[in-house]
Design a protein around this ligand. Structure first.
Ligand SMILES: [Zn+2]
Length: 335
């Protein structure tokens, strides 16, 4: 029989054990870092959402072909993207209070003309204080518009890793996700995935076949790191998923960053992060949003995950390690 109550008749509250509500309120204020996004392509209001939800620091990545209007892509197109990010970075910090650093790179998702010009210029960018990483880059099984030979891709990745090693910078790796099985196919003639502006009809035939091209690509990236003399612990494999987690944890010293800002597209969310922490510990795990203006993405993804990880049984200390300490230490942020 419930205790006496002020309400007309007993409510749920009369039956609930109060000790169950012992929540770690420090999670409301735990600082967090987003080590991979394209926030400079978002709206001002989206960047403000990062600030309002406690983002301490972020790495804005400029390397993608999504934002160049011309195909084929030329070196000068990518150079413009780098310069645009360099130009706006400080104003973004001053508007929103969080630290905003840069990662610049050459993405192999589309073949780039006169590439040597770009690689030759890249060293000067790596020397900038605001550039804290090289990437995102990484061997890609199929390209947009025009194929890029797999060995040439690996050489481009390696060349960037050599620059990173020279400048003592970590590399942000773009690892290919294996998409979850669709419940149903869309009409062919639409040519786009709703929620993603990429023109899916312009995807090329893969340059990497075999049983598991997405994993094969990551193995080539790790080989490129070895050949470049870049330590594995300086490699952060973004878009970690069920297909590459065991390999990356068990056979390399790379960090794994789980991209959860577009879970609707790739199926990776806080549950995968919790599972990875349970199985392997939090020491080499991070979370990123990969927010960008070309697809439906969530600037609140890390903040939401902080609560979700706790609900999934992860300790507060381990959550802090994953959302703050690991990216802080690897990228030299929030100093
Ligand atoms: Zn990205």
């Amino acid at each position: 029989m419930p205790a006496p109550h002020a309400t007309v008749r007993p409510t749920d509250a009369d039956y609930v054990d109060e000790s169950a509500a012992d929540l770690p309120t420090e999670l409301l204020n735990v600082p967090w870092i987003d080590p991979h996004n394209h926030a400079h392509t978002l709206s001002w209001e989206d960047r403000e959402r990062y600030a309002l939800s406690g983002c301490r620091s972020m790495v804005m990545v400029s390397s993608g072909y999504h934002w160049t209007p011309y195909k084929p892509v030329e070196a000068s197109d990518i150079r413009f993207l780098w310069d645009d990010a360099v130009n706006r970075r400080q104003a973004i910090e001053r508007n929103h209070f969080f630290e905003a650093k840069l990662s610049l790179g050459v993405h192999t998702g589309v073949r780039i003309e006169n590439l040597d010009e770009l690689l030759a210029a890249m060293g000067d960018y790596c020397a900038l204080d605001e550039v804290v990483a090289v990437g995102e880059t990484g061997v890609t099984p199929s390209q947009h518009v025009e194929r890029w030979d797999i060995d040439e891709q690996q050489a481009v990745v390696q060349a960037q890793m050599e620059l990173a090693a020279d400048h003592r910078l970590p590399v942000l790796l773009h690892t290919p996700n294996t998409s979850p099985e669709a419940k149903r196919e869309y009409r062919d003639d639409l040519g786009v995935t709703p929620g993603y502006e990429k023109n899916a009809g312009l995807g090329t035939e893969p340059v990497l076949d075999g049983e598991n091209p997405a994993l094969e690509a990551v193995k080539r990236d790790v080989e490129a790191a070895h050949d470049a003399g870049l330590d594995e612990e300086r490699v952060v494999a973004s878009h970690a998923d069920a297909n590459n987690t065991a390999y990356l944890v068990e056979e390399t010293d790379c960090y794994l960053s789980y991209t959860i800002g577009h879970s609707w597209l790739v199926g990776v969310d806080a549950a995968d992060v919790a599972n990875a922490i349970d199985e392997y510990g939090p020491e080499r795990v991070m979370i990123d949003t990969d927010t960008a203006n070309v697809l439906r993405t969530d600037p609140y993804a890390v903040k939401r995950a902080i609560f979700e990880l706790y609900r999934y049984g992860i300790d507060v200390d381990d959550i802090r390690t994953v959302v703050y300490e690991n990216p802080r230490d690897v990228f030299g942020l929030a100093e």
